[in-house]
Write a protein that binds this ligand. Structure first.
Ligand code: GLA
Length: 398
């Protein structure tokens, strides 16, 4: 049930061998890596000006890249065995191009900012391979975006691209290129992640501070429901527009920019929202933002019992008020939260399937994974997947 993940050495070997086989001889390439992420708490509030508490992790997407003199991008993904070429000038979004839209979007955005103008038609050969499950809510798409951003930076812009512009290139891909109205959290933490630290990201600015990721005697277990979800088909955009409607009602009452400008003392203001559905969504958002700062304090105090309780409360609210969980996530978090070795578990990321996280006593992690796995299977018929990972560094040249 815990699938061994390819380690870095195996992946780099695989990429090197495939480069010569698939693309023929050429100059020696360079290796790059962009992590995936988990979010400890602060879900669906990065598009509401909230504070979120994610960290980059040590699994993600690897790339091997080298220049070619063909004036085009030759691209391959070893995960899905898909290869393709794109010529300059880089084309518009096309659904039929599948994952090739990622490098096209990121490169186009950075070129439009003026980076790499003199190298505008320089060709590159790029192969990628990820050791994260796709569509599992660990933000494999932002990982790919930031991987292409660091590759662009290295080969096309001599390392001159501002990190924040790399982050924005990924957000732009999602929002404008793919039409998915996601927030900034994923690309930001993948861009600025730091080994052994989680990040408090204030999305209203945006700016961040680091908090040591230190769970004394406990581990984070990532629990994949293996219920894949494509955000495009999910209710993600609907939730975002519900928040916007709630905000426009509340702005008649108080001068605010975001729902998360409201605090505990403003909760009574939510009565002004007549529609019970919108009121429930707004309540979730305001309270989740409060929970984040409580969770950060609990982590700083090494109070795992308290941290676990906050995670549980957040998960309940995601299920009942924001309604983004679903039977598989409810089954896996339910089994985890019922396990005596678990301080607290909650879904992570967009929801609607994908992954959850649990804080678990270190010496009982193996039992936890076996027992939660079989309870989950009994309830859903699915084999879950359990992943152990640590807080890692952001996207980079290796
Ligand atoms: C996805 C989005 C993020 C964020 C989360 C939910 O991962 O990409 O911007 O909204 O969902 O917290």
């Amino acid at each position: 049930m815990t699938r061994p993940r390819d380690n870095e050495g195996q992946i780099l070997d695989k990429l090197s061998r495939a480069m010569d086989q698939k693309m023929g001889p050429g100059p020696e390439g360079k290796f790059f890596f962009a992590p995936s992420r988990i979010n400890l708490i602060g879900e669906h509030i990065d598009y509401n000006g909230g504070k979120v508490f994610p960290c980059a992790i040590t699994i993600g997407t690897y790339g091997l890249a080298r220049p070619n003199d063909l004036g085009k991008l030759r691209l391959g993904s070893l995960n899905i065995r898909s290869f393709g070429e794109v010529s300059y000038p880089l084309p518009d979004y096309d659904n039929k191009r599948g994952w090739l839209n990622y490098p096209i979007g990121v490169f186009r955005y950075l070129e439009d900012l003026g980076y790499g103008r003199d190298k505008k038609d320089r060709g590159l050969d790029i192969l990628i391979y990820g050791n994260i499950p796709n569509g599992a809510g660990l933000s494999s798409s932002s990982s790919i975006e930031l991987l292409f951003a660091v590759i662009f930076d290295h080969f096309m812009a001599d390392g001159q691209v501002d990190r924040m512009d790399m982050v924005r290139s990924g957000v732009w891909c999602e929002n404008e290129f793919f039409g998915l109205h996601t927030g900034i959290m994923d690309q930001y933490v993948i861009g600025f992640g730091k080994k052994d630290y989680a990040m408090v990201l204030d999305t209203s600015i945006p700016s961040h501070t680091y908090v040591p990721f230190d769970l004394d005697g406990a581990k984070i277990v990532i629990m994949n429901t293996r219920k894949a979800r494509a955000l495009k088909d999910s209710k993600y955009n609907v939730r975002r527009s519900e928040c916007e409607q709630a905000l426009s009602i509340l702005r008649k009452e108080k001068d605010i920019h975001h729902l998360c400008d409201l605090g505990q003392e403003d909760l009574s203001l939510l009565e002004k929202i007549e529609d019970p559905l919108l009121r429930k969504r707004a309540k979730y958002v305001v309270e989740e933002n409060i929970r984040v700062m409580e969770a950060v304090q609990a982590m700083k105090d090494q109070d795992l019992t308290k941290l676990g309780m906050i995670l549980r409360a957040g998960n309940r609210a995601l299920r009942e008020e924001y309604e983004v969980t679903g039977p598989e996530l409810d089954a896996i978090t339910g089994a985890a939260n019922a396990h005596p070795a678990c301080f607290g578990a909650r879904m992570t990321g967009a929801g609607f399937g994908g992954c959850a996280i649990a804080i678990v006593k270190e010496e009982e992690v193996d039992d936890f994974m076996a027992e939660v796995g079989s309870a989950y299977k009994k309830e859903t018929g699915r084999d879950g997947e359990f992943i152990l990972s640590e807080a890692g560094d952001g996207a980079r040249l290796l």
